[in-house]
Every structure is written in structure tokens, then in C-alpha cells.
Design a protein around this ligand. Sequence first.
Ligand code: ADE
Length: 238
Amino acid sequence: TPFPVEILTLFPDFFDGPLRISLTGKAIERGHFSVNCVDIRDFTHDKHRTCDDVPYGGGAGMVMKPEPLVAALESARERHPGVPRILMSPQGEPFSQKIARELAQGPGMILVCGRYEGVDERVRQHWIDREISIGDYVLTGGEVASMVVIDAVTRLLPGVLGNQESISEESFSAPMLEYPQYTRPREFRGFEVPEILLSGDHGRVAKWRQEQALARTKERRPDLLERRDASPDSQSES
Ligand code: ADE
């Protein structure tokens, strides 16, 4: 496919479910991108298929061994030359819509899901192109984080979103929260839809939505408004 996603993991079963469903599932079926899970354990040679070892210098936890991980990386790279190798870890650069847009430019992604206390530093330095964190909290491994990245990136691929769920208004407009949305019925358990949305006056509706979005952003995410003119790139950010 035009956009291969290779996932290197110790838990390939993780990826059987969620990605095959809904929008991402349809995008895979339609060939907008492909997902291939590589079980890092398949690149071991010992009886116990060992992928971790104790840290040099001592300390708690285990570290992912370099040999199987690098063999898995080389195999993925051979099949997909030039595709960036991305390590999921809390030490990475914070994931953002901007990074999602960069990655969606292609040519694909090789995602490494770290487990244990991390991967051997030499692997990170010499076989990884980019390290990404999805936020300042610690997950049990990179699997869930890689799914977040796959979801955010692949919905930006050409043709994945229909006109229905178009991205033009959201990702490329100013960095703001969305305005509140309503659908039928007009009255639900005594609560009414704002009158203005029923008015049919597109100008007034647009103005109201803008005001609502701004008020919400001021209230919940003032940092987004401060960031607005700080860097040229956050200008086009949601
Ligand atoms: N692995 C564990 N925690 C993570 C995080 N916050 N982001 C990316 N990968 C992770």
C-alpha cells in the first residue's frame, strides 16, 4: 500500500482489535494504509525467546535487549527502505497534530513499542529516527501509544476521511477548541437546543459558534490562545 505501518511489539495480539474497526478499519480495507505486526520474539534464538535483560549498573526492572529488537528493525527496514523508525516512550517529543501531519506526508511508519524500563540506549541512538511520547503519564508499554499515533496520522491520509468528517475546518484552522454541537431532538428531557441554531441565519450561527469556541478555549485551554502567535507553526494548529 502507499502507507505501510509496521508495528514492532512483544504483544502483537494487542493490534488484532481496535485498528480493524470503524474508520481505520475501512481505510485498511480500502488500501489507504496497511498494518503489519512484527513479534520481536520471533527474532530471538534461545529456547526461552528472551527479549529483556538486567540493567548494567543495577537497579529495578528490565531493559529490552538489543539483538532481537535490532534484527526486527532491520527486517522491517529491508521491506520498507526509508520509512522512519519511531520509538514510543515517555522520553520522546510530545505528540501533536503538527507531528501527525508531518508523519502523514509519508512514506509510512515503523513503530517500536517499548516495554520494561526501556530499550538499550545504543538501539535508541543508532537505529531510531524519532522518539515520541503521547503525554506526561506512564503506560505499561508503547502499544497503546502507537495506536494513538496510528489513529491520528492515518485519518489525515488522502482519501481516508470523506466529506462527512472533513478535516478542513479543524486541523488547519486556528488553535482552538471546537464549538458545542447539537442534533435532534430539539428538546431532550426538558433541555432545549440553543434558539440561534434553529434560526437558519448562517451568518449569526457562524458568529455564535466562533464566540462559543473562543469562550470555551479561554475557560479550559488558555494555553492554546497564548501559543497562537508564539510560533508560526501553531498558527495552523487545532
Ligand atoms: N510508553 C509508556 N508511556 C508512554 C507514553 N506516555 N508515550 C509513549 N510511549 C509510552
